[in-house]
Design a protein around this ligand. Structure first.
Ligand code: SAM
Length: 113
């Protein structure tokens, strides 16, 4: 999304941030090497966001145009804080893309209701 010119905020829990930062740095260096015209490239930042944590949510300055989550619907007890967080990060025009393998039909329905 940064390659398309978007300003991207990547988030995870505190203990995962070092790994996330490494991944972002690798992508950033690949992007700058393969795109000499860096004016058309957006930014990528890393932020701590524990789902449901109101301070973390406020700190990333919602609303976002897009919210993208991959493989984040994997544990039932996380559904409520995840859905609350997605809602809190959204505005009326936010597009939400969540890609996950549902563990069961009931489980998936609970997540999207
Ligand atoms: C299965 S991994 C998927 C990671 C990555 N999105 C991917 O597709 O490779 C689930 C991710 O959700 C994060 N996660 C789990 N519980 C969380 C919570 N309460 N708040 C924020 N992130 C959480 C984990 O740290 C982990 O990075």
């Amino acid at each position: 999304m940064a390659l398309l010119g978007g300003d991207v905020t990547t988030t995870d829990q505190a203990e995962v941030l070092p790994l996330l930062m490494r991944n972002v740095e690798r992508n950033r260096s690949w992007i700058s090497q393969s795109n000499p015209d860096s004016d058309s490239v957006g930014s990528i930042t890393v932020a701590e966001l524990d789902w449901g944590n109101k301070e973390h949510i406020k700190a990333v300055e919602p609303p976002f145009d897009y919210i993208v989550g991959t493989d984040v619907v994997y544990s039932e007890h996380l559904l409520q804080p995840l859905m609350e967080t997605i809602t809190a990060l959204s505005g009326p025009k936010t597009k939400i893309l969540v890609a996950s393998v549902p563990l069961s039909r009931d489980y998936f329905c609970k997540a999207v209701v």
